[in-house]
Design a protein around this ligand. Structure first.
Ligand code: NAD
Length: 488
């Protein structure tokens, strides 16, 4: 087992290549900032194309010489060991994520436990992935193999680093690939720790490599590298386009998991006691910085006023503060994200959109932290950017609908199609609306409780077309080879 120098946050962080901590060849670093107070508490490597090249070479060597020789069951055993190891370090990982990303403790813990669960799920999936035998002409036997791509690149956003690493890297390793990971420059620390845990349980050098730094430097180099056989990208639609363009130059397959403007559709017959907590959680969880945030609230006209009144009271009582205070909402990730939310809110004011309610930032919140009170806006016009674009903050845009047809029209009236929540007791309507929604996921009388590690996840339209999570992800992380044998 390799020697592991335990990473302590507050000291310099290094790239992780072939199971070793490596400084960037750039000789440059980036500050790591605590969103709760805006202060720098660590440094990480500002990687470059040369670092990516070293990581890709390490992954290739590992794939050719070691990882491709592992049986599926052996891979599964190693993933299972990593799951157990992560569980043993879950509290430590949660604390790292809390400091790095500003997550209140329950959220940070939930993310660490989701990571445990991803590796547990994909450990069990390794030896269940198989091909088919196909009927063909007499005298032939034809079958398919699901083979790993080889070296997979993973570009990860800052909002759920552990969860997205789990679903993306967990699935890719299970399918037999070696991985080069580029986390967001705003959220690297937990993943660097997980890579060390992987080395400790016996992952061979080069199976998991992490290079930190800016997207336009490290992410771009990864997307362009000729040694990368597949790219999994989770992030904004804008960068998703850039990744696709770079990958298209060499016909490299890409999995895209992009943004959303997900509707919560509440019919008059809904169980509001069940719906309201889910509606609120879907927009305040992780301070609204969630791809599947339920950021549009569509309410049937006859219950619009009473529902907004109930919701407004709850919103007004939501409290925002430093991550370690464990209030309803923590800080946003960085100053530019806060500014983005302010820009949306000032546009709303200019357009005369009414603020129905707003939570409170507590006095203890440092002025240098990135805090935004949860905000409920009402009667937002369907064409306004608040009803069309991803805010990525705790801002809920409410509007009313006349009937089922109007609800579907509004729900489908954005460029996105990631998730939709439907609240109704009418069984036939549940099916009709689920069918009519242009969305990768539809949750009826719930909004995806429990993380849904087992459930395929992804979007349509500008939400991307990748499917990660669940068994489905393994198809994306493999390529299909058809073998035809003539024996007659
Ligand atoms: P982002 O697109 O700015 O960054 C994502 C990653 O891409 C980061 O690691 C970044 O460094 C990198 N990157 C930036 N520019 C790049 C470039 N030119 N080439 C290559 N890589 C580059 O997104 P973000 O702000 O980190 O995350 C928020 C976005 O992610 C939102 O749109 C959100 O909806 C989306 N998201 C989607 C899902 C999903 O499953 N669909 C999950 C989480 C987040």
């Amino acid at each position: 087992m390799p020697e592991v120098a335990w990473r302590t946050i507050g000291r310099m962080q290094f790239n992780y290549i072939a199971n070793a901590q490596i400084p960037s060849s750039s000789g440059r670093t980036l500050p790591v900032i605590d969103p709760s107070d805006g202060q720098t508490f660590d440094e990480l490597q500002r990687g470059n194309a040369q670092d990516i090249d070293a990581a890709v070479q390490a992954a290739r060597q590992c794939f050719d010489a070691v990882w491709s020789k592992f049986s599926a069951a052996e891979r599964g055993r190693l993933l299972a060991k990593l799951s157990v190891k992560i569980a043993e370090h879950a509290e430590e990982l949660a604390r790292i994520e809390q400091r790095d990303c500003g997550k209140p403790t329950p959220q940070a813990r939930a993310d660490a436990l989701a990571l445990v669960r991803y590796f547990e799920f994909y450990a069990g999936a390794c030896d269940k992935l198989h091909g088919e035998t196909l009927p063909y002409q007499n005298g032939y036997s034809v079958f398919t193999w699901r083979e790993p791509h080889g070296v997979t690149g993973h570009v990860i956003p800052w909002n759920y680093p552990m969860q997205i690493f789990g679903r993306s890297v967990g699935g890719a390793l299970a399918a037999g690939n070696c991985c080069v990971v580029k986390p967001s420059e705003d959220a690297c620390l937990s993943l660097l720790k997980v890579a060390e845990l992987a080395a400790e349980v016996g992952f061979p050098a080069g199976a998991i490599n992490i290079v930190t730094g800016y997207g336009h430097e490290v992410g771009d180099a990864l997307a362009r590298h000729p040694g990368v056989d597949h790219i999994s990208f989770t992030g904004s639609p804008r960068v998703g386009t850039l990744i696709q363009q770079a990958a298209a130059e060499r016909h490299c397959p890409v999995t895209l998991e992009l943004g959303g403007k997900s509707p919560q559709i509440v019919f008059a017959d809904a169980d509001l006691d069940a719906a309201l907590p889910a509606v609120i959680n879907a927009i305040v969880q992780n301070a609204g910085q969630t791809c599947s945030a339920g950021s549009r609230l569509l309410v049937e006209q006859s219950i619009y006023e009473p529902l907004l009144e109930r919701l407004g009271k709850i919103f007004s009582n939501l409290r925002v503060g430093p991550a370690t205070m464990d209030l309803d909402v923590g800080p946003l990730i960085r100053q530019s994200q806060l500014q983005r939310v302010w820009d949306f809110l000032s546009d709303a004011q200019v357009a005369g959109i009414t603020m129905a309610a707003q939570g409170q930032i507590v006095d203890e919140a440092p002025e240098t932290g990135y805090y935004q009170a949860p905000t409920l806006l009402r009667d937002v016009p369907a064409e306004h950017r608040l009803a069309q674009e991803e805010v990525f903050g705790p801002v809920l845009a409410a509007m009313s609908f006349r009937d089922e047809e109007h609800a579907l029209e509004l729900a489908n009236a954005t460029h996105f199609g990631l998730v939709a929540g439907v609240w109704t007791r009418d069984g036939a309507r549940q099916f009709r609306v689920a069918r009519g929604l242009k969305s990768g996921q539809v949750f009826i009388n719930n909004y995806g409780a429990g993380g849904g590690v087992e459930l395929p996840f992804g979007g349509v339209k500008s939400s991307g077309y990748g499917r990660e999570k669940g068994f489905e992800a393994l198809y994306g992380f493999t390529t299909l080879k058809t073998v035809a044998v003539r024996h007659g």
